[in-house]
Write a protein that binds this ligand. Structure first.
Ligand code: ARG
Length: 577
């Protein structure tokens, strides 16, 4: 059985052929193997085109040399030169049958654990204290959670850290407002957004209050015990709210994963010292700044990363420098990932540049901002409620479950109690999938009808496909698997081809941190299953026993792929819908 991407295995074979024929050494990836949908080709090799140019030989001639030296009879039916010098590669049915058969009892569906696991610190969710999570935060939370799952499944060590906005100047005003409210109990801040807004209003309209708030910030940053206790109360109330939302979403983040801005406070002075010692800082307008090379505004002025404000206060930027330094130096992270909206792209580029200059991120370490676009309402503008407020995530999720319940009521023959669980899986899954299934950098429009559609690239479609398979397996009355798979019908071969491509789908999703590539794969797999099911009866009495066993094995493997794939997106796959 081949482990990993079949395309890479083909690349190894082509690389060996090139070495034998021309003494040229290429890595498997450099042999430019791509999947193909041409007739008689599952894959296509494009390397002869560029090599021909480089060697001053006709690409067709190079392609023919490769084919002549290709040792791949175990894998391929044939390799044929086409057009100006492409090579069409068709997998052999025997290999596909063997591969699929062995996959039926492989939990990892052909994915080999990475040889050199990395320690990946990933920052996602990261909402702000005393503010309700809104629909924008869903993106960071859902995308980050999926990327963490995908990387963990590959075998990496993944450490999530929730960079809560739990520090800084707003807390002066929040604490004072909390005290003015009587400083008691849950009620005063149970509606976090209202609490924040009222505190802000008071701050803007009442000079005495504003003065108190400013003093309070100084007390907080100076470590005053009473102030810290009040602050902690606000933080705890908020995290309780976040935990509720995480629970609803099925996100694994816990309080142990919280590394809020306040966590880095004790490190900030040292960060300034190190930057100064390395000669990276400048004083500008009384503030300590670093001007990383290559960052200018439209007028050509250099852009600063503000390290310490003129009043001595610290801000968002230095906290992120301390974050990078902490995760590499103290926690040994090899990768720093940040799942944060695209408007912060430049901030992260500058943070990375300064961290590199300071030696906190070395060449062996990888830092990347995983940006994403905005969620739009049906009017094409950033999503708002009818009264113009930001949509709260908790309300949105409740509505998703309600709508899913309505969809299910029409279709499902489950008992009402079972329906409630399934409606949750369907409703929450739909919201998450809508967020994951498009290229993350693009904005997307939040449309209930589209995300809950039972046809098309939706989680509901995948969940139905999977539940349908589970029902066939139940009816067959036994566990499928173990039976040798035979691929006679074209629809069987097509489905098998998709099933052996699970590792490739995973690799392409993790390479660019793009969960949507896994979504596309699952959608194509479910579609291939639907074609197979249409053309290849399974349970009908006239189907011979060995054919039935083979088809049940294929169906069962399809369900495994859908279930595993969805779980890597953080979406449940109920047995019955
Ligand atoms: N709390 C910030 C916000 O809501 C996001 C923090 C992202 N992470 C970071 N390390 N800066 O905009």
């Amino acid at each position: 059985m081949v482990r990993g991407d079949v395309g890479i295995e083909l690349g190894r074979r082509v690389a060996a052929a090139l070495e034998a024929a021309l003494g040229i050494e290429l890595t498997p990836a450099e042999t430019l193997i791509r999947t193909s949908s041409r007739r008689g080709a599952d894959y296509q090799c494009n390397v002869a085109m560029s090599l021909g140019k480089k060697l001053g030989r006709a690409p067709r001639e190079v392609a023919e040399l490769i084919v002549k030296h290709l040792d791949s009879d175990d894998l391929l039916q044939g390799a044929e030169v086409a057009g100006a010098g492409f090579i069409n590669l068709e997998l052999s049915v025997a290999w596909l049958e063997g591969q699929v058969t062995s996959l039926t009892d492989d939990d990892r569906l052909g994915v080999a654990p990475v040889e050199v696991p990395r320690r990946i610190a990933i920052d996602y969710s990261s909402p702000n204290i005393a503010k309700e999570m809104h629909v924008g935060h869903i993106r960071s939370t859902v995308i980050g959670d999926s990327i963490a799952r995908l990387l963990r499944f590959e075998g990496h060590e993944v450490i999530p850290h929730n960079h809560l906005g739990d520090w800084g100047t707003p807390f002066g005003m929040l604490i004072e407002y909390f005290l003015a409210q009587g400083g008691g109990g849950e009620q005063t801040i149970s509606d976090l957004d209202r609490f924040y807004k009222r505190a802000r209003e008071r701050f803007d309209s009442d000079a005495d209050f504003a003065e108190l708030a400013r003093k309070r910030v100084v007390l907080l940053q100076g470590g005053d015990e009473e102030t810290l206790t009040l602050w902690r109360h606000l933080v705890d109330e908020s995290t309780r709210h976040f935990d509720k939302v995480y629970g609803l979403l099925g996100i694994g983040l816990t309080t142990d994963d919280i590394y809020g801005e306040s966590f880095y406070n004790p490190y900030l002075a040292q960060v300034v010292t190190e930057l100064e010692e390395k000669g990276l800082t400048e004083i500008s307008d009384g503030a300590v700044c670093v001007f990383p090379t290559g960052f200018t505004n439209r007028e050509g002025d250099r852009l600063p990363l503000i390290i310490r404000k003129r009043d001595g206060g610290y801000g968002y930027a230095i906290t992120d420098l301390a974050t990078a330094r902490y995760w590499t130096a103290e926690r040994g992270a090899t990768d720093l990932l940040y799942v944060v909206g695209l408007p912060q792209a430049q901030h992260f580029e500058m943070v990375f540049a300064v961290s590199r200059a300071a030696g906190w991120i070395t060449d062996a370490q990888h830092a990347e901002h995983i940006g994403f676009g905005t969620v739009l309402g049906e009017d094409g503008k950033a999503m708002k409620t009818r009264s113009g407020e930001t949509v709260k995530l908790a309300d949105l999720l409740a509505e998703a479950v309600e709508r899913a319940t309505a969809v299910m009521a029409e279709r499902s023959d489950l008992a009402p109690e079972a329906q409630a669980d399934v409606a949750r899986a369907v409703g929450i899954g739909a919201v998450k999938y809508a967020d994951l299934s498009g290229d993350r950098e693009r904005n997307y429009t939040f449309e209930w009808d589209r995300m809950l559609a039972t046809e098309g690239n939706t989680s509901v479609y995948l969940q139905y496909a999977n539940a349908r398979i589970r029902s066939i397996l139940r009816k067959a009355g036994r566990e499928a698997g173990g039976a040798p798979v035979k691929l006679d019908a074209p629809a069987e071969r097509e489905l098998a081809l998709k099933l052996v491509q699970f590792p490739a789908a995973l690799a392409s999703a993790t390479q660019t941190y793009s969960p949507h590539k896994m979504c596309t794969y699952l959608y194509e797999t479910a579609t291939a299953f639907s074609g197979f099911f249409e053309h290849c009866p399974i349970l009908r009495s006239e189907v011979p026993e060995d054919v039935r066993a083979s088809r049940l094995a294929l169906a069962s493997l399809t369900s495994d792929a859908l279930t595993l794939g969805m779980s890597l997106l953080g979406i449940e796959a109920p047995q019955q819908l």
